[in-house]
Structures are given as C-alpha cells and as structure tokens.
Design a protein around this ligand. Structure first.
Ligand code: SIN
Length: 489
C-alpha cells in the first residue's frame, strides 16, 4: 500500500461488486490490480466482473425499477441531497482516493469532489421539477396531456480521468428521474466509484429504497459487461463518457434494442487568442484549459490558435508560466502537475511531441520524461506547429501546448472547425460582438469566452459532430433519463 493513501481511507474502500444492495466477489473469483500512477505501485486488487455478474446487476436494476420508478419525486430529491451532504462530509477522504488512483494534485482532487457533489445538489432540485403539459387540442375535440416518466434501467460507463465527477454526472440525474443504474467504472480508476456507491447504498437502505437502484460492476473487460447488457431488452438507456472510437462501437451495440443514448466523446478543443485579448488573462485561462488533470480531459485545449500579431508574446508568457509548474506525486504539497494515467499514455504523448519536433516544430520547454518513478511527462510548449501534425489532429491527452498562428477572424474560425470533433472551444477577445459571432460560427457544443473552464453542474455539458450526443448537467441532463408520453383524453 502506498503511503499516499491514508490507511483510514484505505480501510473503507469496497473492492467487490455492488449488486442488489450488497457487495460480493466476482462470480469467477478473479480480480484486477489498480495502480497509483504517481508511483506505479498497486493500490488494491478489485473484483473483476464477468458477463454473468453484469446480467445479475441488470436483473437487480430491473427488479428495483418496478418500485423505484413510482417513488415520490420528493423522496428521490431527499436521497440525492443526503448523498450531497455525505460527499461533502467525507470530501477529504474521497479527494485522497481520487489522487491516489488518478494521480491529480490534491487541490484538483478536492475541486473535483466539490464539482461532483454539485451534481447531486443540482439534481436533488431538478428531481421535483419535471415539466409536463395539459391543454385543449387545437381542434377542440379532446385534451392533450404530455407526461414525463423514467426511461428505465441505465448502463452508465464512466472514464478514469474524473473518478467521482463522471459517476456523479450520470448517477444523479438517473436517480432523480426514477431510473435505476448499473455503473461500469473505468478499469484504471474504479475505487472512488466504489466509495461513493457505498455512500449511496447506505442512503438507499436508510430510506428502505431497493438496493438494486444502484449496481456497480468493475471489470477488466469493458466488452464483457457491455455486450450482454446491450443485447438484453431490459436495459433501456446507455450513457458513456470516453473515446469516440469506443463510443461508435457502443452506439452500434445500442442499436440492437434502440436504446436512448448519451455520448460524451473525444474533443480537440481550439483555444483562440485574438489580437485584442488580455494576454495575462489568456495565459491564466490557457493553464486552466490545458493543464487540469495534466491535460487529460475531453475539454482540454488541444490547439492554441493565436493571432500572428500577439503569437510571440503569448508563447513567451505561456512558456514562462509552464516553467513555474511543479511536477510530482499528487499527494505531495505544492505539486501542480501530476502523472499521466499509465505508461502507454506517456509513450503516446512522447511520440506526438517527437513527431512534431521532427517535422519542424520548436520545443520551447519540456518535451521529455522527468527522471522519477511514476508515469510522468514534463509540461511542454511547442510553437512553429502546423495544422497537419498529429499533435494537432489528434487529442493529445497530456500536458502539451501546441501553438499555431492565424491572420484573420475567418481564418481562425476555419482552422478551429477543421476537425471531426466539436466539444468545446475557448476564445480570448476584448470584443463582445466578435465573441457572439464566434458562438454562431464555431462548431462546438460549448464555448468559453475569456474563460479557460466551462464545466458546471448547472449547465448543459456536451458536444456536436464526433464529440457526442446529448447533454449532461443543467435541466437538459434530466431529460436524458426521461421519456415523453402523450395522452389524448
Ligand atoms: C471530461 O473530460 O470528460 C469531463 C471534463 C469536465 O467535466 O470538466
């Protein structure tokens, strides 16, 4: 056990499967290891769910749905508020676990826990605000009622980069709507999910609500869980956060039973800096948009597109700011950049940087692996980058800033939109009219204007094009778990 995880926290982390309100080992008895990416040491061995376990979880979710769907919205609201309170009460322990299994610095882990808790608080409110409609039909012959009801048992597949926020963003609206859930957490970081699931299990039990409302099946085989569930007509909803490649496969599987789907997939965010931008604010925003979780977020700025007039000055200041970042284990005081999630991620980022440098880009800082245990990559800035480089066309998912230049607003828009992805864009400008033009012209689901961070439990998060379908958070987040029923009376 690494000393980075306090023994008091380690003692409370469930390592089994949660099915029907009880923790149990995997039916095959197998486990898989979960590592601390800051040391590469094994933190825990976790039960490795089989396909049979996944189906047992769906059976539990389906049986629980019969009762839970008709629970009072106020009861569901109180459940979620209690989960919010419990997460806030245990925030330090949860943050320590987020850092241990995901690597991010403790300050970021604390921010993630607060962000995750906000989803429970927000959807606690939304649970009692379902909309509906009653009106006389325009023809005058009858009345029309439009009702909302829960979609049904939902499979929620979460990524490793936000081990608590992503489960919160899916579980809170599902439970608010009256759906039951089977969570398949990421193989690389399933521990925080288990800790939060235990909090929810306790709150369900306290209220005599069915334990099968929330089931958790960690597995080393994503397909081993998803394939039998997508083929089973009892499952009615799939929500996934992860790569576009995996999202496409899941969408094809979801087509079998024509499931409702929410897909938060890959990004390739442009970060636009115009000639009238406040450059100090742009550099601060660039660090926020690029370096959160060492660049391992779907909303990470992937391409810095800077007006040629200010590109030299911006790159200089960005390089200076990168030089002040402190790389290290996330639990060490003062660290601002943690490790990447696994060795393969370091290899990939290194290849992208070396490829760009070999093709003419200039490394201003970084471009190497620090000499220390753990899966680290140095904060890196490159300029003289060109649009055809894989560093630009692919999602970097690492602490690397690639700077390109543009000469006009139209050129900036064309460059920003030259990608199959469309999750988020960032724009720094002193001109509000320009900001509004960009909101119309950029092909993205979200836009940060003079802000390097858009994520907010109370606002709709999601993308267009190959970045996904549906929205999470905000009022829209609840809609994803509700069907609309029209009644002609
Ligand atoms: C993600 O990287 O998928 C989520 C980031 C966020 O919610 O801010």
């Amino acid at each position: 056990m690494t000393p980075s995880l306090p023994p008091t926290v380690a003692a409370h982390v469930p390592t089994g499967l949660l099915i029907g309100g009880g923790w149990r080992p995997a039916s095959g008895g197998a486990t898989f290891p979960v590592h601390d990416p800051g040391t590469t040491e094994v933190l825990f061995d976790v039960a490795d769910a089989t396909s049979d376990d996944a189906v047992a979880a769906l059976t539990a979710a389906d049986e629980a749905f019969a009762a839970y769907r008709s629970s009072a919205p106020s009861e569901r609201s109180e459940l979620l508020r209690a989960v919010y309170d419990a997460i806030r009460a245990h925030a330090e322990d949860i943050a320590a676990l987020v850092t241990a299994e995901g690597g991010k610095p403790l300050a970021e882990a604390r921010a993630e826990v607060a962000y995750a808790a906000d989803y429970f608080r927000w959807f606690s409110g939304e649970a009692v605000r379902f909309d509906g409609l009653a009106r006389r039909a325009p023809a005058g012959t009858h009345h029309q009622l439009v009702l909302r009801r829960p979609v049904g048992p939902a499979l929620l597949i979460t990524p490793w980069n936000f081990p608590i926020a992503m489960i919160a963003r899916k579980v809170a609206p599902a439970l608010a709507a009256g759906c039951t859930a089977i969570v398949k957490p990421a193989r690389l970081a399933p521990l925080t999910t288990a800790l939060v699931a235990e909090i929810i299990r306790e709150e369900l039990a306290r209220r005599d609500l069915p334990g099968g409302v929330l089931n958790v099946v960690p597995s080393s085989s994503a397909r081993g869980v998803s394939e039998p569930l997508l083929a089973d007509p009892r499952l009615r909803k799939l929500s996934f956060t992860g790569s576009t490649e995996v999202g496409r496969t899941l969408l094809a599987g979801a087509a079998q039973n024509v499931l409702r789907t929410s897909m938060e997939l890959g990004g390739n965010a442009p970060f636009l800096v115009f000639e009238d931008a406040d450059l100090d604010a742009a550099v601060t925003g660039a660090i926020a948009a690029k370096m959160r979780n060492s660049g391992q977020t779907c909303v990470a700025a992937n391409r810095f597109l800077v007006h040629a007039k200010v590109a030299g000055e911006f790159t200089e200041r960005l390089t200076e700011a990168f030089a002040t970042l402190v790389v290290g284990h996330g639990a060490e005081p003062g660290v601002t950049v943690g490790p990447l999630i696994e060795g393969a991620a370091v290899e990939r980022v290194d290849e992208l940087v070396a490829g760009a440098a070999g093709a003419g880009a200039r490394v201003r800082i970084g471009g190497e692996r620090p000499h220390r245990p753990g899966w680290f990559y140095a904060p890196t800035v490159l300029d003289r980058v060109t649009p055809d480089m894989p560093l630009v066309t692919e999602e970097i998912f690492g602490p690397v800033a690639a700077v390109l230049t543009f000469g006009s607003e139209q050129e900036a828009i064309t460059m920003a939109n030259a990608t199959p992805f469309g999750l988020v864009a960032y724009a720094y400008t002193g001109d509000l009219s320009r900001a509004l033009r960009l909101a119309e012209a950029l092909d993205t689901g979200m836009l940060g204007v003079n802000r390097g961070m858009v994520s907010d439990a109370t606002a709709p998060f999601g993308g267009v094009k190959s970045s996904g379908l549906g929205r999470e958070g905000g009022a829209e987040g609840l809609d994803e778990y509700l069907d609309t029923v029209y009644v002609a009376v």
